[in-house]
Design a protein around this ligand. Structure first.
Ligand SMILES: [Zn+2]
Length: 299
């Protein structure tokens, strides 16, 4: 009886401590603190690359607001990136992963950022593409090739997690974008399965089929692969190795964080920019990455 009482006091205290830490991390995530942490602790930020993960750019009142950014907010983010960051494509990053980050073109000591879009929604062509051209910012579109013109059915987990009623780009639109040097493409499987839950042979096929479909249509090598869903439970080191063996240099996750030359040799981390412009600025800072990493240790 006494032991039970002791246990429940411990549990109560643990919950309280977790609550206080969570509050502190929320507080530290505000731009005023992340900026300060970045200035004090990270002067070498120019040697890192941030990659942003967009999905849909538009106005969708139903389903998955966390995957959809309003065009006006997206434009504000592009304007901010144009002013403060040096935008590079993932093809340039692929070269830097092989040869070292010293090959990245320097521009006034600015930090590097790369924009990526996952899945291949039609508003990437109708809304995002003209804005990227206006701001002259390169982007990499990771295409789930089976979604294009509905040649293959979505995986079951994908139908649950995404918005299957939303239109995707056509091959004609993708080919038109590929004519513009700002647009780059990556593979994002054929049916968007959770790769950690399929066998190795199916995983290989998903990677290779999406890669070869894009290469055949666009007449260029495809260096980038983005894991569907992309969190730590959705892939493993064996699958990263399989992607490298399949010819991908840039292997993208959605694990949050920045990338350095050392960390880039495995999988790349990305930042979710689907938020307000105020929070967006904070998320790009090194201080935010530090706070986020510390927080994940306590969760
Ligand atoms: Zn996806």
């Amino acid at each position: 009886m006494e032991k039970n009482g002791y246990d429940s006091v411990c549990l109560f205290m643990m919950k309280k401590i977790k609550g206080i830490l969570s509050f502190l991390f929320d507080l530290l995530s505000f731009p005023v603190f992340t900026d300060w942490i970045s200035r004090v602790f990270f002067e070498r930020g120019a040697e890192s690359v941030l990659i942003l993960t967009y999905h849909s750019v538009g106005v969708h009142p139903v389903a998955r607001p966390d995957l959809t950014i309003h065009p006006a907010v997206f434009e504000k983010q592009l304007a901010y990136l144009q002013k403060h960051y040096h935008s590079i494509s993932l093809d340039v990053l692929a070269q830097a992963i092989t040869e070292g980050f010293h090959v990245l073109p320097k521009k006034n000591g600015r930090r590097f950022v790369a924009i990526s879009f996952d899945d291949g929604y039609e508003d990437n062509y109708t809304v995002a593409f003209p804005l990227l051209v206006r701001y002259q910012i390169p982007a990499t579109f990771n295409i789930t090739t089976g979604f294009i013109e509905h040649t293959r059915a979505m995986s079951a987990e994908c139908q649950d997690a995404m918005f299957p009623e939303q239109s995707t780009m056509s091959w004609k639109q993708i080919e038109e974008m590929a004519q513009n040097p700002l647009c780059h493409f990556g593979a994002h499987t054929v049916t968007h399965p959770r790769m950690s839950q399929v066998d190795l042979e199916q995983a290989r096929q998903e990677m290779m089929e999406s890669k070869s479909a894009l290469e055949k249509r666009l007449h260029r090598p495809i260096h980038t692969f983005a894991f569907p869903f992309g969190s730590k439970k959705d892939f493993n080191e064996g699958l990263v190795e399989l992607a490298k063996q399949s010819g991908f240099t840039c292997v993208l996750s959605t694990v949050p964080g920045m990338n350095t030359v050392q960390s880039s040799r495995s999988y790349l981390k990305r930042i979710d920019p689907t938020t307000t412009i105020y929070r967006f600025k904070a998320r790009l800072s090194m201080g935010y990455t530090l706070v986020r990493n510390l927080r994940s240790r306590f969760e």
